[in-house]
Write a protein that binds this ligand. Sequence first.
Ligand SMILES: [Mn+2]
Length: 283
Amino acid sequence: MAGFALKYSSTAAIRAPGTSPILFKGDLCSSIIKSKNYGFDAVEIHIRRPDEIEIDKINEYCFKNNITISTIGTGMSYVIDRLSLTDLNWQKRKMAIERLKGYIDLAEKLNSGVIIGSMRGKIDFDNYNKHLSVYRENILELTDYAEYKDVPIYLETINRYEVNFHNTIEEMADFLSSINSSRLKILIDTFHMNIEEADMEESIKKYGNYVGHVHFADSNRRYPGKGHISFRGIINALIEIGYEGYIAFEYLPYPDPDTAAKKGLDYLLAIEKSIAAKENLLL
Ligand SMILES: [Mn+2]
C-alpha cells in the first residue's frame, strides 16, 4: 500500500465452512476484484485441491487488477482429506507429499508461496521419534522440490491445541536450522503466538531472519482491534526486522466479510500512520 511499510493479503476460498477464518468465499475472481477494491496488495487462496482452479484466469484477473496471489493455504487437505506429513502410514504420507507437490506446481505458476500448517498433522507421543523422523524426511523431499521449482514454503507455527509439536517460534526455528533450505521459512500467526509465545514482539525480533509469511488475527480470531493483542507492538517489531513479505488476514468473517475486512485494514493502517507520524516528529 503506497506510503505504508507493510503489505496486506486478504484470504479467499471457493468453499469453506462459515466458521473458518477466511474472509471471502465463492468465486475466486470476484474475491480478487473485491480485495483490490478494499486496498489489499494480495490475496491468499485456500483450496482443497491444486487442480480445482483455472490458473490462466486467476493470473489474468491478478494482472488486470494489479494484485498478486501471495500464498496458497493447504489446510483443507488435512481437515477434509486427512493428509499429513507425520502420518505413520506410508501410503497416506505419499498422498500428502503428492498433494503438496501439486500445490508447489500451482504456486510456481501463480508466483506464490505454499503454506504448510495443519498438514503437519497430529502425532501420538508414544511414537514421537517415528513421527518426527518421517516428518523430517518429508520436509527434506518437499524443500528439494521447492528449491528446484523456486517456490517458497512457509511452515506455520501453530498452537498446541491444533498441532501438537513445534508450537513455539523457537522450536520451529531450531527445526528450520537443522533443515537448512533457502526456500523454507516460518509463517508466524498472531492468534497462535498469543497462546504460545512468552513475548510476541521479542520472538519476532529474535527470529526475524526466519520469518517468511505472517497471519494476522486478534486473540479471539476476530479482526485486529477486536481482541486484546497489541498490534502496534507487532507492527513495530515487523518494521524493525525489515519484514518485506505479506501479512494475510486469516480471521473470522464476523459480523460479515466486508465489515471484517474493512475494520481490520482501517485499524492497522491507522497504527502504521501513527507510527510514521511519531517517527517524523523524532527526526
Ligand atoms: Mn494461520
